[in-house]
Structures are given as C-alpha cells and as structure tokens.
Design a protein around this ligand. Structure first.
Ligand code: LER
Ligand code: MN
Length: 277
C-alpha cells in the first residue's frame, strides 16, 4: 500500500480534518520530509487549484497526487448532488466535473464526500438516492474519460443520512451498476469507527460483494487524530485490507494534532508498524 497525506487549500476549512494548511509548497515539502508517497489535495475550486506550481513541486519532492477532494463545493457554496433544485444540482455536477478534469491531469481520482448531500423534506430518501445514483454515474463517466475511477465516501450519520455503512454503499453501487462504471468506495476509518459494528469484517464483506470495490482509504484513528492516537486496532484493519487485495493509498485525513509534523510522523510510523507486523 502507498501513503498519502492531506493538504487543505481552503481557509474556511482551517479547523477541518486535514494535516497541512500552510499552502501547497509548505505542504509538499513537509509531506516529502515525513516520507509520504503522495498528497491528497483539498482545493476551493478547480480554478484555484495550484496548477502552475504543482508539477514542479511534485517532481522536486518525488510525490504523486493520491486524490482531490470536492467538499469545498458544499462547504463554501452549499452545492450537492441531491439538492431539490435542479439548477443547483447542475452547478454541483459542473463544480465536481472541473475538479475531475484537474485531478485527471495528475492521474488522480476525485472524491465525493460532502457533495453527496442529504435527503430532506424537499428531497425524500428514494428520490435523493436516485439523484445520487444519477450524479455518480455522470461523474464516473467523466472520470473514465481520464482513465480514472470516482471515489464515493460513505459518511457518518452526523454528516449525511444517505448511506452510512460501507456495506450499504457497496450494495447501492452494485444495484445501480456504478461499480461497473468506475465508482469505488472510499473507506474513511473515522466514519467507519462510528458506523460499522466491526471495521475489519466490513472491509472483508465489501470485498466479497466486489473484489475491486475499495478504491481509497482515509487512514484515521477513532478520534480523527493520526493513527495510533486513538483506540482503533490498525493492525487488524491493515490485515483485512491486505486480505482484500487492497493496494492503493492509506491517506491521513486527520487533525494536525498535536502538530501537523507530529501527525505526519505518527501516520508514517503507524503504516510502518502495520507493514512489519
Ligand atoms: C471527507 O473525506 C470526509 O471525511 C468528511 O467527513 C468531511 O466532512
Ligand atoms: Mn474522509
């Protein structure tokens, strides 16, 4: 498996679960210094993506882009794939499509987390799930034009009421023919700690539903600090991922606690411990 760490470029998400918040240069340097293979970038918009600086920074620091987050579309503009308003949904699709194109230039997938939205009085559950399936399908086709998958992230109950467990999400993707179209699950271990009865078993179960269904992992401890700073059994989870044949990223989407450097070093240490056990 490969390691990645988050760089947030959105001042409004300063208190969010991202490790580096001091710009793309400082983030890339710190990621390389700690020994990461890649960075996961959270930009405000596709237009604000640091396209002029990034290729050289990646080269100089021997880094790849693991994934690009799209959640600023929700955070800053309240766009989502399940909004009752057709015009706002279309703007949401447009916002994410531009980020899929940007990520595609770096051979990276985009993440649909907060942009999935929620069911509400205006968009009842069945309709919201239908809109989600349509949105994911459209965006997965766009990602496939870059040879990329699209990452769909089930979130815990305090962030969405759509699909909270990996198994519910996996069934939804299969039923709507979305795995075949290139949608993959993002397993965020923080959300899973809240929602799953047993995290390693859930990983095992979804990999039985479809062998390639896990596309990305947010490697976070139970309290959303770096792995090892909470009560998650990281080694059992790592073993479940190995057994599932998972070979993609373990990406630290965690709070910069007690500092960004400490969170980065702790994450690398936790991965090394799992690899050697
Ligand atoms: C995004 O990856 C995520 O995990 C969400 O909780 C952000 O709000
Ligand atoms: Mn996440």
């Amino acid at each position: 498996m490969k390691s990645a760490i988050t760089i947030c470029l959105v001042p409004e998400a300063q208190r969010g679960p991202f490790v580096f918040h001091d710009g793309i240069e400082a983030g890339c340097h710190a990621a390389a210094e700690a020994g990461f293979d890649a960075v996961e970038i959270f930009p405000g918009t596709a237009e604000e993506f640091p396209a002029s600086k990034l290729p050289l920074l990646l080269k100089e620091n021997s880094l790849s882009v693991a994934a690009v987050g799209t959640g600023a579309g929700w955070l800053k503009q309240r766009l989502s794939l399940t909004d009752a308003d057709h015009e706002k949904r279309a703007r949401g699709i447009q916002f994410i499509s531009a980020l899929i194109d940007t990520a595609g230039e770096y051979n990276a997938p985009a993440i649909i987390g907060s942009m999935q939205g929620q069911s509400t009085d205006a968009t009842k559950r069945a309709e919201a799930l239908q809109l989600l399936a349509e949105g994911l399908g459209t965006l997965a086709d766009r990602a496939q034009s870059h040879g990329q998958v699209l990452l769909y992230e089930p979130l815990n109950r305090y962030e969405t009421n759509l699909l909270n467990t990996q198994e519910a999400a996996a069934q939804f993707l299969v039923e709507n023919n979305l795995v075949q179209r290139g949608v993959r699950l993002l397993c965020d271990l923080f959300h899973m700690n809240i929602e799953e009865p047993n995290v390693p078993e859930s990983i095992q179960r979804v990999s039985t539903i479809h062998p390639d269904i896990i596309g990305h992992v947010h490697w976070a401890d139970s309290n959303r600090r770096a792995m090892g700073l909470g009560h998650t059994n990281s080694q059992a989870i790592y073993q479940a991922l190995v057994t599932a044949g998972y070979e993609q990223y373990l990406a630290a989407e965690v709070f910069p606690f007690p500092s960004a450097t400490d969170a980065a070093n702790q994450t690398i240490q936790s991965i090394k411990t799992c690899e050697s056990s």
